[in-house]
Design a protein around this ligand. Structure first.
Ligand code: CTP
Ligand code: CA
Length: 222
């Protein structure tokens, strides 16, 4: 009887999550990328699904099986991720940028494999588009969540990102601690929001952390 009246915290909601690294090609066999297992983003997408949401996961190359019960969209570059996020943006209630987007791409992408040269190779890089910031600037009603990977002055940098990217929440993790983050199954984070206190989540499984985070985000959807 009890379960009959229980509503899931994200029932009827649309949630868009990005996960994993993006890769920026130099030529057909070489590329630039970031460290990222995609585990945190996948855990968030799965938790949102279990909370009753209609979930879309836009992901870079991640190892292991893709989650079921949601739409998954595979991309490689930051531009492809930007495009997939933007075309789905209007329909979303909650958007979480958990992807480790490469900050730079080669100015030139060669369509043929480049041969080795004698001596050092120089590659010119240009900035990729900041996807979170672009979403922040085009926000209408969505609750927008970003991550911040920091090795020092975590709070200072996280608060700057909150402001600059017009996010509602920034989930900050200290990536200088090798025992958590990246390929680990566990993480510990601090969530910053504009008009509220910082909330700390102690070291725990990413799957448990994802549930806690989504409960916090769901509070402001109501
Ligand atoms: N992000 C993004 N597009 C980019 C770079 C980052 O959407 N081109 C998003 C990430 O997905 C994350 C947030 O912005 O949600 C913060 O990413 P982070 O790498 O910590 O910050 P940057 O703004 O890239 O700054 P820096 O790497 O210099 O710390
Ligand atoms: Ca970055």
């Amino acid at each position: 009887i009890k379960g009959l009246f229980e509503t899931k915290p994200l029932a009827g909601r649309h949630v868009l999550v990005s996960a994993g690294p993006t890769i920026e090609r130099i030529d057909p066999v070489r590329y630039l990328t970031n460290d990222s297992s995609g585990k945190m983003g996948v855990a968030l997408a799965e938790a949102a699904r279990d909370f009753g949401a209609t979930v879309t996961l836009v992901h870079g190359p991640i190892k292991g099986e893709l989650p079921s019960g949601m739409t998954t969209v595979a991309i490689e570059s930051g531009d492809e991720m930007l495009h997939e996020m933007l075309t789905r943006y209007a329909a979303q209630d909650l958007v979480i940028m958990a992807a480790a987007v490469a900050d730079y791409r080669p100015t030139i992408q060669y369509t043929k494999k480049q041969k080795k040269i004698d001596g050092p190779l120089q590659i010119e890089l240009e900035e990729t588009t900041d996807i979170l910031r672009t979403l922040g600037e085009q926000k209408t009603h969505q609750v927008l969540v970003g991550f911040a990977a920091e090795t020092e002055q975590v709070e200072v940098h996280a608060l700057k990102k909150l402001e600059r990217k017009h996010a509602d929440f920034i989930v900050a993790n200290d990536v200088s601690r090798p025992e958590i983050g990246f390929s680990s199954d566990e993480n510990q984070v601090t969530v910053f929001e504009k008009n509220g206190p910082a909330r700390h989540y102690g070291q725990q499984l990413k799957t448990d952390l994802a549930k806690g985070l989504l409960e916090q985000f769901a509070e402001v959807l109501r």
